[in-house]
Design a protein around this ligand. Sequence first.
Ligand SMILES: Nc1ncnc2c1ncn2[C@@H]1O[C@H](COP(=O)(O)OP(=O)(O)O)[C@@H](O)[C@H]1O
Ligand SMILES: [Mg+2]
Length: 251
Amino acid sequence: MTLLEVDRLTRRFGGLTAVNNLSFQIEAGAIHGLIGPNGAGKTTTFNVISGYYKPSAGRVVYDGRDISGMKTSAITELGLVRTFQATTLFHELSVYDNVLVGCHLTARIDPFSVLFGLKKDREASARARVDEILDFMDLSALKDELCSNLPHGLQRALGIAVALATEPKLLMLDEPFTGMNPEETRRMMELIRQVRDSGVTILLVEHDMQAVMGLCENITVLNFGSLLAEGAPEAIRANPEVVEAYLGTPV
Ligand SMILES: Nc1ncnc2c1ncn2[C@@H]1O[C@H](COP(=O)(O)OP(=O)(O)O)[C@@H](O)[C@H]1O
Ligand SMILES: [Mg+2]
């Protein structure tokens, strides 16, 4: 089953075409990679899918429904969620409270009313869910730590935890491995696999080719905003056009 269909998507910024007539599909349950050189249009594609930018042309169909041009908050409600980055986490709140806020981003209530102890019944179920997610992400021991005190790699993990709290069906990750050491990379790969195995489909934009090749079943390659190639990691790795435009020497 196709969970996401990007259909002849174009996004222009003034005279620049950042994404040009791009089509690809993501199967439910997959870890799908989106790769290509800097400036290829990966983040723009990501931003159009998640509703941060409107398409100039074309459509995004998610779970059988045309979501092109819908607001980010409405798209999040439907279960299409991007990870929370260091800049969108609440640095002066604890790990626990960050995830608690995430639990209420889709519940159409003010997350702060939860922090201040209102809406008791909802709060109890949210708190149970926070415990479950922290456990799943191996963050339980750090639950009272302030977000600002976490090292880089753990802030990334927290960003995913907050996204998971919204109960996504499709989770989009933009370069989650950037700046990670090999141990953090290994741990993040494990986490992404675990998240997928829990039933969440994943779109991964990433430059770390070992991570991409190790995680993805299917990879879409962009170059100058257009589709350059698509296929399984082995085929992408061996594709001369991809090697020439992006990979350099075969990996
Ligand atoms: N908000 C914007 N305004 C103008 N140009 C943009 C904007 N966002 C991206 N671009 C341009 O679109 C192209 C694709 O950028 P981007 O999607 O960030 O590529 P990638 O993520 O693959 O590195 C680049 O030439 C970039 O400068
Ligand atoms: Mg980018």
